[in-house]
Design a protein around this ligand. Structure first.
Ligand SMILES: Cc1cc2nc3c(=O)[nH]c(=O)nc-3n(C[C@H](O)[C@H](O)[C@H](O)COP(=O)(O)OP(=O)(O)OC[C@H]3O[C@@H](n4cnc5c(N)ncnc54)[C@H](O)[C@@H]3O)c2cc1C
Length: 375
């Protein structure tokens, strides 16, 4: 026997929980499946940008204040040398994914999505999924919100990501340190950076960058831990992140990919949570519209159109990335950051989501030395 749903969402992280909530609120019968039992951890810095909060506010899904710690003071480093601190900068917020994702899941449940977390999927068919426990669930539309190793993306395209362009990060949770400040370290990893995010219950420390450029990421993490005076024997975990390699065609027909499964991580800042929430919403809205029009297969066309501004931003970010990270230009950009508080402020405005890439590029064209831009 097959139980039918209008929409099945695979993965209950920020992308999936948001998609399920939006579709359920629009009246669809939704099943939200995740192999994990929530609350669960996800390897992540847990830095929430103003951009992400904007998306959550628009959905009426803001987390309760106790879940977020506000930070408006950041120190930048390059290869261990301090570049400068900015105080009173556009704020970012720190959280734990354990609590943050559980909050979003609770909201999806409250909207009426059927909660199938703690459930494994054995098979994904063209119009059904079979659970490992036996039942078969039919769908009119499917959203793959199952992260960077997406089974839905593998089913559609043969592989979840391109190993040549994927990012990789190592991270650990150190004891809380009331004296520690938020820091960002360029050069801690190649084509990436290091971070220390102080939170009430712990200090999240990590290094991440393009996987292909960092065969020695473990050694980079060890160097970084030593540099910031963290204990060397902390438990370190690794995870891929689609650092700028988004899918121009995120799905097929009525099967859509969202968040990491669609490659929606910023190739400079590494932000993915906000884009996961945003794309989850857009995917759900595209499916609601496609089903209402009686043309389920038009969902991808609608979704691609809705994603255009985000895709444009990520393309621009990829174009600008060598300015910060390439071996030739990175050191010059470092001098700009060291010499200019307003440049550091601009970077934070970008990270915090107060500036977008077109605005950032326009500013860079006006202010950066012509030689640097030509290079
Ligand atoms: C080390 C690291 C640090 C990061 N730091 C930040 C940061 O500070 N700020 C930020 O904005 N972004 C950060 N990111 C990126 C961010 O974590 C992701 O972009 C974000 O989690 C994407 O959300 P998602 O919902 O698409 O996927 P996920 O959060 O990965 O959720 C996917 C869900 O799918 C489930 N799943 C997977 N496969 C299956 C399956 N076969 N069946 C059922 N369920 C399945 C998983 O259990 C999981 O719950 C970081 C990434 C890494 C690796």
């Amino acid at each position: 026997m097959t139980t039918r749903f209008d929409l099945i969402v695979l993965g209950a992280g920020p992308a999936g929980a948001t998609a399920a909530r939006v579709a359920a609120r629009a009246g669809l019968r939704v099943a939200l499946i995740d192999k994990a039992v929530f609350p669960r951890d996800k390897l992540c810095g847990g830095l929430i940008t103003g951009r992400c909060l904007g998306h959550l506010t628009a959905l009426g899904a803001l987390p309760p204040p106790g879940l977020l710690t506000r930070q408006d003071r950041v120190t930048f480093f390059r290869n261990g040398a301090e570049l400068g601190t900015v105080s009173g900068c556009p704020p970012v917020y720190l959280t734990t994914r354990h609590a943050f994702d559980h909050h979003l899941l609770t909201q999806a449940r409250a909207a009426g999505a059927e909660d199938l977390t703690g459930t494994r999927v054995q098979e994904i068919g063209p119009a059904h999924v079979t659970l490992a426990s036996g039942p078969r669930l039919g769908f009119s539309a499917l959203i793959g919100a199952d992260g960077v190793n997406s089974a839905v993306a593998r089913q559609l395209f043969g592989a979840a990501f391109d190993p040549a362009t994927i990012g990789f990060a190592l991270e650990t949770e150190a004891p809380p340190d009331p004296e520690a400040t938020l820091r960002i370290d360029f050069g801690a990893a190649r084509w990436g950076y290091g971070w220390r995010f102080p939170k009430p219950g712990s200090t999240t420390i990590g290094v991440g960058g393009l996987h292909a450029r960092n065969p020695g990421m473990k050694a980079a993490m060890a160097r970084y831990l030593a540099e910031i005076g963290a204990a060397p024997d902390l438990r370190i975990k690794g995870h891929f992140l689609p650092f700028g390699s988004f899918r121009a065609h995120p799905g097929r027909g009525a099967v859509l990919l969202t968040g990491d499964a669609a490659g929606l991580v910023d190739p400079i800042t590494g932000e993915g949570i906000g884009h996961a929430v945003h794309s989850g919403r857009l995917a759900a809205e595209s499916i609601v519209a496609a089903l209402a029009a009686g043309v389920p297969d038009s969902a991808l066309r609608r979704y691609r159109q809705a994603l255009r501004p985000l895709h444009r931003d990520l393309r621009l970010a990829r174009m600008l990335r060598p300015l910060l990270f390439s071996e030739r230009l990175g050191p010059r950009m470092t001098r700009v950051l060291r010499g200019s508080e307003s440049a550091r402020m601009r970077y934070m405005a970008l990270l915090a989501g107060e500036t977008d890439y077109p605005e950032f590029l326009a500013h860079a064209l006006r202010r950066l030395p012509a030689r640097l831009l030509r290079a």
